[in-house]
Design a binder for this molecule. Structure first.
Ligand code: 13P
Length: 248
């Protein structure tokens, strides 16, 4: 059976104080055994990673970053390398989030380079893919997702995705309150698994896009959905714990 995983993506939110409070709330819940079936992780803004790593030490909560450079060191002002993230105790790193692709011009080629660099430093990349509303309405959802994944397969082969997580996040569902129906999400997850051949059976594939405690149960009950990548709702401790509890 594939493991269940729920990752919170805090995006560019919070302060030292609010981050610390949110982590404390999560740790109380996790230490009390509130979430038993899923691994829980949080992708924290770079500047709070170090404090978060100290706060969660010894707990079951895993740490992740939201982005990473494709380069490992050198004259890349403002960038953060995979080895720096590993050094801080990060386990996961998001690559190719739709906000990085659309707002910061990250091509599928750059995303593939980040994926490879992250794995080379021992991080587990969370490869984010998903279609825009126009692409869905044009009937090209599956082709878009397949081409985003193909860019990574070209670099590492399908087996290279085994030490990674894939997150299907339809762009039209991110931060909009519109969640894909369980059937819409399941269709894409099943397709992604098929594209990956044998490796596809083993890879953890998460759904993201306006996941809430009230929608998580039905989504996570789908055969090919192994958990969630959660934005807004991961900023509230109780809500995020309840989403974790929805994993079976
Ligand atoms: P929301 O859950 O806020 O829609 O964000 C989803 C997301 O982008 C997670 O990476």
């Amino acid at each position: 059976m594939r493991r269940q995983l729920v990752i919170g993506n805090w995006k560019m939110n919070g302060s030292s104080a609010s981050s610390s409070n949110l982590l404390s709330e999560l740790l109380v819940g996790l230490n009390a055994g509130r979430v038993d079936a899923a691994e829980m992780a949080v992708c924290v803004p770079y500047v709070y990673l170090s404090a978060a790593a100290d706060a969660i030490k010894g707990s079951s909560l895993k740490l992740g970053a939201q982005n990473v450079s494709q380069f490992d060191s050198g004259a890349y002002t403002g960038e953060v390398s995979p080895s720096m993230l590993a050094d801080l105790g990060c386990h996961y790193v998001l690559v190719g989030h739709s906000e990085r692709r659309s707002l910061f011009g990250e091509s599928s080629q750059i995303v593939a380079e980040k994926f490879v660099a992250a794995q080379a430093s021992g991080l587990t990349p969370v490869l984010c893919v998903g279609e825009t509303l126009e692409e869905r309405e044009a009937g090209s959802t599956l082709a878009v997702v397949e081409s985003q994944i193909a860019a990574v397969i070209e670099s590492v082969g399908p087996e290279g995705l085994l030490n990674s997580v894939i997150a299907y996040e339809p762009v039209w569902a991110i931060g909009t309150g519109l969640t894909a129906t369980p059937e819409q999400a399941q269709e894409v997850h099943q397709y992604i698994r098929r594209c990956l051949g044998e490796a596809g059976e083993k890879i953890c594939i998460l759904y993201g896009g306006s996941v809430k405690a009230s929608s998580a149960g039905e989504l996570f009950a789908q055969a090919d959905i192994d958990g969630g990548l959660v934005g807004g709702a991961s900023l509230q401790g109780e809500e995020f714990l309840a989403i974790g509890q929805a994993a079976k």
